[in-house]
Design a protein around this ligand. Sequence first.
Ligand SMILES: [Zn+2]
Length: 67
Amino acid sequence: MKKCIYCGAELSDNFVIDFCHKCGIKVFGEKMFHTIVKNMETARENGDLLHTPKDIFQKSPEIKDFK
Ligand SMILES: [Zn+2]
């Protein structure tokens, strides 16, 4: 079972990102969070292997605040 990297909440295995909705919205803001999810889903559909959230941030120039 995957777990949220921020709060440890359990995530469903087919969830594309490593943190839950609540933390995602808290950390990134709702709009940014949805952009991240969309990008991850698109990447998965395209067969890109993105193992960490950092990978998707590097591929998303509009996302600048990820540490
Ligand atoms: Zn969380």
